[in-house]
Ligand binder design. Structure first.
Ligand code: SF4
Ligand code: SF4
Length: 379
């Protein structure tokens, strides 16, 4: 058996802010998870419903034969408060705080591997392990709760009572046993609070602790690859990558402290709240240069510009008209569709002649259908 105290000391030395250890058992919330998947609330994230993934969630031995323990770590990412004039500037797109700096996978994964390798050396045994940073088949928030890292809020986030929820989670599965294990704390400390449920711009919580990803701005701007439901677009405000609303309003966030990880600090304002007109004008080369190494890079230019079109439509300012008109010639039908919607939002009936002229040479059926529907809907 290995000393849990030694493991925790090493984890903190490596820079993690939180660490807990729990026996490797399936999540007690598996049934709720399966009901959530059956209801289709994962949207187009089909991997969540894959049978092999579900088998691994039911039995962690499928991931690592002989697994005994789960080490769960947390690393703070909140880096800076946004100045009010930027926060309330609708001409800028908003980016969720976890994506302001470098990609957290690139920071957490090697550090978790270092911790796992140290564990093997320090134990003097031939051990096996797997590390995960939100990519694995684990219900990581549930395991983090079991490991004593916090409780699950009504906003479905894992919340540490003295740290809020702005920290990344990572896990090591190991076949090593520890001398002591952590116990979960209280299942909830939300009490009668409903701030997060009331504040969600898209009503993505059908009930407390249940998030319908299909309505969530984080899902819509990042995971969802195709056209965004026109009924949801006006509710998305100026978020262009993720959304922090249900965390920002949570009273436990007052305990969040700035991260000591410089990698999570934004290099400039473009990584917090870029000007929408700049996003609309992004080409592939500029996108690569600006966002390589950031989590934003994974959605590529097409989805970021699509999101910027929605935000520009919600901004409603004529400064966006010219770049949006240019985007009607973009090679991506997805971008053309959202640019047309945005022009209709901003220009109302004044967009009619322009959109009708565009229809004369638009060849993509879904784009044609959306523009025709926009023209029929009036302004
Ligand atoms: S991230 Fe935003 S859209 Fe998603 S549930 Fe929270 S408040 Fe709602
Ligand atoms: S805002 Fe209130 S209800 Fe929501 S997670 Fe925080 S404490 Fe719980």
């Amino acid at each position: 058996m290995f000393s849990s105290a030694d493991l925790k000391t090493r984890a903190l030395e490596l820079g993690f802010n939180l660490v807990g250890i729990t026996p490797a058992q399936p999540s007690p919330y598996l049934d709720s998870y399966f009901r959530w998947v059956e209801a289709g609330m994962q949207g187009t994230m089909g991997y969540m419903a894959r049978p092999d993934r579900q088998d691994r969630r039911r039995d962690l031995n499928v991931i690592l034969p002989g697994v005994q323990s789960l080490v769960v770590v947390g690393l703070d990412y909140a880096s800076a408060a946004i100045p009010d004039d930027v926060l309330h500037d609708p001409s800028r797109g908003r980016i969720a705080a976890y994506a302001w700096g470098l990609d957290y996978h690139d920071i957490l994964t090697p550090r978790l591997e270092a911790l796992a390798n140290w564990l093997q050396t320090a134990s003097g045994q031939q051990t096996n392990h797997r590390v995960y940073v939100d990519t694995g088949p684990l219900l990581e928030r549930s395991h983090a709760y079991q490991a004593g890292l916090g409780f699950t809020g009504k906003n479905t986030m894992l919340i540490h009572p003295r740290r809020g929820s702005t920290f990344f989670l990572g896990e090591i599965l190991t076949d090593l046993e520890f001398d002591t294990y952590d116990s979960p704390g209280k299942a909830t400390l939300c009490g009668t609070c409903t701030r997060c449920l009331n504040a969600c711009p898209t009503n993505a919580f059908p009930r407390p602790n249940v998030l319908d990803a299909r309505r969530c701005i984080s899902y819509l701007t990042i995971e969802h690859k195709s056209s965004i439901d026109t009924a949801l677009r006006p509710l998305m405000g100026n978020w262009v990558y993720g959304c922090d609303v249900c965390q920002d309003v949570c009273p436990f966030q007052r305990f969040a402290s700035p991260t000591h990880e410089v990698a999570f600090y934004p290099p400039n304002l473009d990584h917090i709240a870029p000007k929408l007109v700049d996003l609309l004008a992004l080409d592939d080369a500029t996108f690569h240069q600006r966002y390589y190494g950031s989590p934003i890079y994974r959605i590529k230019r097409e989805r970021l510009v699509r999101n910027a079109c929605v935000a520009a439509g919600n901004w409603g300012h004529t400064d966006a008209v010219l770049p949006l008109k240019h985007l009607l010639s973009d090679p991506s039908p997805l971008i053309r569709t959202h640019a047309a919607w945005s022009l209709r939002q901003i220009m109302g009936d004044d967009s009619r002649d322009f959109l009708q002229a565009h229809l004369l040479h638009e060849t993509d059926s879904p784009v044609r259908e959306e523009i025709q529907s926009l023209l029929e809907s009036g302004s």
